[in-house]
Ligand binder design. Structure first.
Ligand code: SAM
Length: 280
């Protein structure tokens, strides 16, 4: 039974880190003309109205994208991403936020290709309607974890795999590691970007240790926590684990993270880290 719906969380602080990373990685792939393949294993609905009852119920976007839209950011990536969200919003009465597949579709070129997996029937329907006119986009209502084994390596030999499970099932944590191992076995040079929540610090660290001991290639950890660690149940932060990151990513995020952290501050200043494998 799938109960998670991303419409409650779209545009929150965790989406910002994830989508800024995604924007960076696709922009990097776009520096060469050679085609790329994008695999989104947990695609969601693709586009979210932040004026919807679900978004308004949690109000999470107010401590996320709303802050960025109301700011004049200095970092070029924050500026570019802000502009991208603004380009979807032409009427003052609306506020739309792009999910990962739509963001990727805005950045894809005629030679590129995307494959999207979404299990939830309603979100699968919404995703299909938001991307129905896009060429070279394949949408499947099937398990995204299995897609790494089934669809890699891509003939393009250049690609990005975004893995963004809801972690509503405990086994998702182990399935992520197993799926990435399967993927890397088939497509060792691909870039893999895996999102994770920070809920309970000890559990997060123990899972990341397992991940970094799983025999995978060079790994970069980006993490941003607007809230202090807590023994409660809420999400205090989130991170991205990136396998085979572009060499410039860590350097560029060293200037981005302090600005992002300040922008998304809730009460006391938050924390962030940028760690390369070996130091994780
Ligand atoms: N990646 C999206 C974005 O950034 O806009 C958000 C995805 S949301 C966090 C996770 C999605 O994964 C949910 O829509 C959920 O229905 C879907 N899902 C859960 N388990 C799945 C699975 N095994 N395969 C494919 N989709 C799954």
């Amino acid at each position: 039974m799938l109960s998670y719906r991303h419409s409650f969380h779209a545009g929150n602080f965790a989406d910002l880190l994830k989508h800024l990373t995604l924007h960076y990685l696709l922009d990097y792939l776009n520096r060469k003309d050679k085609p790329w393949f994008y695999l989104d294993t947990h695609a969601g609905a693709g586009l979210y109205s932040l004026k919807s009852a679900s978004a308004e119920k949690t109000g999470e976007y107010q401590d996320g994208i709303q802050r960025l839209l109301g700011a004049e950011p200095k970092h070029p990536l924050l500026q570019a991403f802000r502009q991208q969200v603004l380009s979807l919003n032409t009427k003052p009465s609306e506020l739309y936020y792009p999910g990962s597949p739509l963001l990727a579709s805005l950045m894809m070129r005629p030679q590129d290709r995307m494959q999207l997996h979404e299990l939830h029937p309603q979100d699968h329907r919404l995703l299909s309607s938001h991307l129905q006119n896009k060429a070279r986009v394949r949408i499947q209502q099937s398990d995204g974890f299995a897609a790494l084994k089934a669809s890699l390596p891509p003939p393009e030999r250049r690609g990005l795999i975004l893995m963004d499970p809801p972690y509503e099932l405990k086994e998702d944590y182990q399935r992520v590691i197993q799926a990435v191992q399967e993927g890397v076995k088939r497509f060792a040079t691909g870039t893999y970007a895996i999102w994770y929540p920070v809920l309970q610090r000890q559990q997060t660290e123990s899972w990341i240790r397992q991940f970094s001991n799983a025999g995978l290639p060079s790994l970069l950890r980006l993490e941003h926590c607007p809230l202090p660690d807590s023994s409660g149940f809420g999400m205090t932060g989130s991170g991205m684990l990136i396998i085979n990151p572009p060499w410039s990513l860590a350097q560029d995020f060293k200037t981005l993270m302090p600005e992002l952290n300040q922008l998304l501050q809730q009460g006391k200043p938050g924390t962030f880290c940028i760690e390369q494998s070996g130091n994780i």
